[in-house]
Write a protein that binds this ligand. Structure first.
Ligand code: ADP
Ligand code: MG
Length: 705
């Protein structure tokens, strides 16, 4: 927990005081609001200054209602003249309608499943709405627009300008947030310290930081905002890069094992598989073997779309270690995946072309005795390859001679876990595998501490995956088609975002739908259900049944994302697709199309926003994971893309690194210059203190002393 000073003493231009002064001293923020702010991750002045808008609305252009054009996203202002709520006859959905009028015309607004809006709006309220205009039964309407009731006195912040739109949480409105942020800027922005060394600032022609923070929140115009974004982006990238570079230097200074691989090694390895390795797999293996043959530890990121065959490359590294008399470990993010890797490895190598390879599966469900026995074996070196989950990270797990480590699905683990695992060997070679594609330009910079291999080729002989989008209303028809396909022998997944109908009543939960499917749509088939709250053993059992073909249809929540490999499953329905991230959809889709047969992925859902619509379109249009990743990053920004708190990148507060590649590169160049001239940051105390605080996991040992 962070300690927050609760008095108002405030040192001029000192970042520490910004980071330690509670926001409760701002006008309008009392103890109750503090709690709400905490949900947004904001408790200090610094947090709030860097709590950036999600997007902006140009309300300098308000469209008169009479001029609204169907199909376009527009902003209107008007007065509420009527409102009302009801439930639909068929499915009892709640519908709330509002009539908004200006001097010449009126527009209808409709929201579904938000009954609380009935009490939110009042006739006579002046309201700003932003949304996509359409025509329904001859009337002009906007479905689920963004809304804001205008009050007296804050017109200046909320209308007739470029208006910031912040991420919200319950109990806070845009209008309120704008007022508080504005007050905070007035009081503190002027005293913001500048952490970037002066020579760097001059060379890069950076704007002053105080002004940039102001412009990020309340931009005068597009150009000022761009400049401000560049400045803030530079700061963030620069500090992050310095950390990454320092970390890399400290890692490669260690001495590990120089593995020896005779020429026959490759041939023997290839022959173990019933298929031919792809060119991309061979290329990655060559890169891995070159790294592994050197004494300095390998630090390599292996990127490849789901199903591209990354596991083979990992096995290659394991066998290199084992034939050199050392041990190897593979850490997977879920038990199901660990189990799968284990089974695959045993199938090909336990008693294969490399003689006996003693392999063990380490999972958290083991009984105490079993676990102790296994740990003893690992410690004594009686086990060569250990495959497991994060259970591998536990203290009791010690190796005799660990020289190769694979971390599968990197974005589920943090830099810290990487460090813990590698500390169990002596400078072991590390292969980090991820199916979350990262655009090349970004990758070079963001994973500056890793070298990169890419598998950009799918194994031959795979069918195609076609993707379609249907709306929620068309669901019944979709289920019918799925039933037809399953009747012909394929297996199918139906995927849901959540497991219970608690949060939103419209969310068709996996459990409820499973019951409906069994009774109705899929009553002629065997249907299974897997979700996150199911006991582990039960989930594994159901998945195993599906894999063995004992079940025809598997209803599941997202745990399957990194889960099973079932070649005969060639149909996937993703419900509420609009609630998933783009890359997540792509990952899910990667679970089908794993055999020579063609596969179909159906996205069911109603996009509520323009972003949402773009997201679904992008997934329908392209099967290229890298393109999708780029689009995803553009739409959502890095925080959401990579998941929270798992990557130094999440700490970056810039709006969007993809649009700022040039800034990224400039920052990286400057960071390298700095580290070269002052490797321990002795004459750059401010930089040093700031990054130690912000990226401790990168620097724990690096700058010690
Ligand atoms: P991912 O990159 O998603 O981890 P996997 O390594 O799990 O992919 O491989 C997916 C499937 O493809 C597995 O069933 C694996 O046996 C198979 N596979 C891997 N490489 C090839 C190849 N060169 N040719 C055919 N099938 C392959
Ligand atoms: Mg994998």
């Amino acid at each position: 927990m962070r300690r927050i000073i609760r008095h108002k003493a405030f040192g001029q231009g000192d970042m520490t005081s910004f980071a330690e002064t509670s926001i409760q001293y701002l006008k309008g923020v009392g103890p109750a609001r503090m709690k709400v702010f905490e949900r947004l991750g904001v408790s200090t002045i610094e947090d709030l200054l860097y709590f950036f808008p999600r997007r902006y609305e140009d309300r300098r252009k308000l469209t008169p209602i009479l001029d609204l054009k169907p199909g376009e996203w527009q902003t209107v202002v008007g007065v509420v003249t009527a409102k009302g709520g009801r439930r639909t006859f068929f499915n009892k959905k709640h519908v709330f309608e509002l009539v908004l009028a200006d001097d010449h015309a009126k527009v209808y607004c409709v929201w579904f499943n938000q009954p609380y809006l009935e009490n939110y709006f009042h006739p006579g309220d002046r309201v700003v709405l932003y949304g996509r205009v359409d025509v329904f039964k001859d009337r002009i309407q906007i479905v689920s627009p963004e809304y804001e009731v205008l009050g007296e006195g804050d017109e200046g912040l909320s209308t007739a300008r470029i208006v910031p739109i912040y991420p919200l949480t319950r109990g806070i409105t845009q209008r309120y947030l704008r007022r508080v942020v504005h007050a905070c800027l007035e009081a503190y922005a002027g005293a913001l310290p500048d952490v970037i060394p002066e020579d760097v600032r001059a060379r890069q022609k950076l704007e002053p930081v105080s002004e940039s923070i102001r412009q990020i929140h309340f931009p005068e115009d597009q150009a000022s905002r761009d400049k401000a974004e560049r400045r803030i982006g530079f700061d963030e990238f620069f500090l992050f890069q310095v950390s990454v570079i320092l970390r890399r230097i400290s890692l490669v200074q260690k001495l590990g094992t120089a593995h020896f691989m005779p020429p026959a090694f490759f041939e023997r390895f290839e022959k173990a598989f019933p298929f031919r390795l792809t060119g991309a797999q061979k290329k990655s293996m060559a890169e891995v073997s070159k790294d592994m043959s050197m004494k300095r530890p390998m630090l390599r990121l292996l990127q490849g779309d789901v199903g591209s065959g990354k596991t083979v490359v990992s096995f290659f590294g394991c066998l290199a270690a084992v034939t050199n008399g050392k041990q190897a470990a593979i850490m997977a993010p879920t038990e199901i995946l660990a189990q799968q890797h284990y089974e695959t490895f045993v199938r090909y190598f336990e008693d294969g072309p490399f003689g006996e390879v003693r392999t063990a599966l380490l999972k958290s469900g083991l009984k105490k005795k079993e676990k102790e026995a296994l740990c003893a074996k690992i410690r004594e070196g009686v086990v060569d390859v250990v495959i497991g989950t994060h259970a591998l990270l536990e203290e009791g797990v010690e190796f005799k001679a660990l020289s190769f480590v694979t971390i599968d699905e990197q974005h589920k683990f943090g830099v810290k876990q990487r460090a813990v695992l590698s500390a169990k060997g002596e400078g072991p070679d590390i292969l980090v595998m991820t199916a979350t594609p990262i655009p090349r330009t970004l990758c070079l910079t963001l994973y500056g501490d890793l070298d990169v291999s890419v598998i950009d080729e799918k194994p031959a002989g795979r069918g195609t995956v076609k993707t379609y989008h249907f709306t929620g209303e068309q669901a019944d028809g979709v289920y019918k088609r799925v039933a037809e396909w399953v009747a012909k022998g394929t297996q199918a997944y139906v995927v849901y975002p959540v497991i219970e109908e608690s949060e939103h009543e419209d969310r068709k939960a996996a459990v409820a739908m499973y019951e409906r499917f069994c009774k109705d749509d899929f009553k002629n088939f065997k249907v299974g259900l897997v979700h996150g709250k199911l006991p582990r053993a039960e989930a594994l059992r159901v998945m195993a049944e599906f894999k063995r073909g004992k079940l025809d249809i598997l209803v599941t929540t997202t745990i399957l994302e990194v889960g099973i490999d079932v070649p005969n499953a060639n149909v996937m329905v993703i419900e509420h697709a609009e609630r998933f991230g783009l890359s997540q959809l792509h990952q899910l889709r990667g679970r089908i199309g794993r055999s020579e047969k063609n596969a179909v992925c159906i996205l069911l859902g109603d996009a509520q926003t323009e972003d949402g619509r773009r997201r679904l379109e992008a997934v329908v249009k392209t099967g290229n994971g890298f393109k999708i990743a780029e689009e995803d990053l553009l739409i959502r920004g890095p925080g959401q893309y990579f998941g929270r708190h798992q990557h130094g990148l999440n700490e970056l507060r810039v709006v969007n690194p993809l649009t700022q590649i040039d800034v990224l590169e400039a920052a990286r160049k400057e960071a390298m210059l700095l580290v070269k001239s002052d490797p321990l940051l002795k004459t750059h105390r401010v930089v040093r203190d700031t990054i130690c605080k912000r990226y401790p996991e990168y620097l724990e040992r690096v700058l010690a002393g």
